[in-house]
Design a protein around this ligand. Structure first.
Ligand SMILES: Cc1cc2nc3c(=O)[nH]c(=O)nc-3n(C[C@H](O)[C@H](O)[C@H](O)COP(=O)(O)O)c2cc1C
Length: 406
């Protein structure tokens, strides 16, 4: 056996290659995130616990979310080889307009709670990446301000129907006047889901200064400093509120919501109409009969009904039921580009992502949302290449199936 020797300095110099130092501290932090799960870890460290839990949490036992995640883990891909996949096109048409990626940003309420850059940051990334952005009725930036911040973004507005129908009509009108081309009516929230983490954390909107949050302030000074030194955290479309999210929903939202209201929305909205929160195939057909251009199979990220159907599992029956007369989209539990590719292969026309971009936002504001997109895009491209597929249209059910029951 050859004896040992000391390495020569030239040999050492060759292998000593420290990573280039990233000057911007946010970029430095984000460069360590290689998956959405990594962004979630950073988000957790940087946010007050109640804020992280509000974003990360779901309702009751959180089974709806866990099962949705589990279904994506249960996917088995079936690749084709020798297909020449040097160039991949991730673009697709969503409701008649091209999106450079097969997903859109889902509506999320109270986005400036996660990071003071809030909705504007997300909309700007959507504009840059040419994917749609949905502003929530519960947003913390107004319809007009989002439009001004991202004038070239494809903007959608999500509507909750309130007891006060006049206020709803007003919002629809403002959205149309500000160039939002699609209205997304959310129908899975007649009452608030039981988000137990929020109840246990005593989360109120806006966050109240209590002894506990004061102590938390010492642990997350940057978040609190941003909260206190930027525009006050309020709902843009609601007058000020001082209670919990559940109290707000149960006070403002109308539990009598029914098909007449859907017809009312259809009559009052000139653009494309999407109905979000569909949880069975018959309802999907019914809302399409009432004029929906697309349905979103969704259990609201597991934040409403617990032990709800899993959107990916509902997909085949819904596609049969709708039979090509509307687009079928899907959300809940998407945390990777592979999840999105699987959903599209199994027949979804597009996906929505919620927490995946909120974790990015919490980890690093607009740059963090950009990191989310960079990660998802790289994962989508790589998965398509490994499947032997070059375009979104070429993804078919032959490429992905659920293993369970087989
Ligand atoms: C913090 C948070 C706030 C949300 N707010 C809204 C909302 O205001 N309106 C709505 O229709 N859906 C809302 N959702 C649901 C999302 O639009 C989407 O259905 C869900 O996040 C998808 O699941 P995912 O987070 O696992 O991607 C919210 C979700 C989260 C996580």
């Amino acid at each position: 056996m050859p004896g040992r020797r000391l390495p020569r300095p030239a040999e050492l110099a060759e292998i000593l290659r420290p990573r280039p130092f990233v000057l911007n501290p946010t970029d430095r932090r984000l460069s360590r995130a290689h998956t959405i799960a990594d962004l979630r870890t950073i988000a957790r460290k940087r946010s007050p616990r109640a804020v992280f839990d509000y974003t990360d949490g779901a309702a009751e036992l959180e089974e709806s979310l866990r099962r949705a995640r589990h279904a994506f883990g249960d996917v088995e891909f079936s690749p084709n080889v020798l297909r020449g996949v040097a160039d991949v096109d991730t673009g697709t048409d969503i409701l008649g307009k091209r999106s450079e990626l097969p997903f859109a940003f889902a509506p999320t309420g109270f986005t400036r709670l996660m990071n003071h850059e809030g909705e504007r940051a997300v909309a700007r990334v959507a504009e840059r990446e040419r994917i749609p952005y949905t502003l929530s009725t519960m947003g913390t930036t107004s319809i007009e301000d989002v439009a001004a911040s991202a004038p070239d973004a494809r903007r959608w507005f999500q509507l909750y129907v309130w007891r006060d129908r006049g206020a709803g009509r007003d919002l629809i009108q403002r959205a149309a006047e500000s160039g939002y081309d699609t209205l997304m009516l959310t129908v899975d929230t007649p009452v608030a889901g039981a988000r137990l983490r929020d109840a246990r954390n005593g989360l109120t909107i806006p966050p109240a200064l209590t002894l506990r949050t004061f102590v938390d302030g010492a642990l997350h000074p940057a978040w609190w400093l941003n909260l206190l030194t930027t525009e006050p955290l309020t709902f843009a479309s609601l007058s000020s509120w001082g209670g919990t999210v559940a109290e707000l929903i149960n006070t403002m939202f109308d539990p009598t919501l029914n098909y007449d209201d859907l017809d009312w929305v259809r009559e009052n909205w000139p653009g494309k109409l999407v109905v979000k929160g569909i949880q069975n195939a018959d309802d999907a057909r019914e809302v399409v009969n009432h004029g929906a251009d697309a349905v979103v199979l969704s259990n609201h990220g597991g934040r409403q009904l617990d032990r709800a159907p899993t959107p990916l599992e509902l997909l085949p029956a819904t596609l049969d039921s709708v039979n090509g007369s509307a687009e079928v989209w899907l959300d809940t539990g998407i945390l990777s580009g592979g999840d999105i590719v699987a959903a599209i292969a199994m027949g979804a026309d597009a996906c929505l992502i919620g927490r995946a971009y909120l974790y990015g936002l919490m980890a690093g504001g607009e740059r963090g949302v950009q990191r989310t997109i960079d990660i998802l895009r790289a994962e989508i491209v790589r998965t398509m290449q490994l499947l032997g597929v070059r375009t979104i249209a070429d993804l078919t059910p032959s490429h992905a199936r659920l293993r369970r029951g087989s």
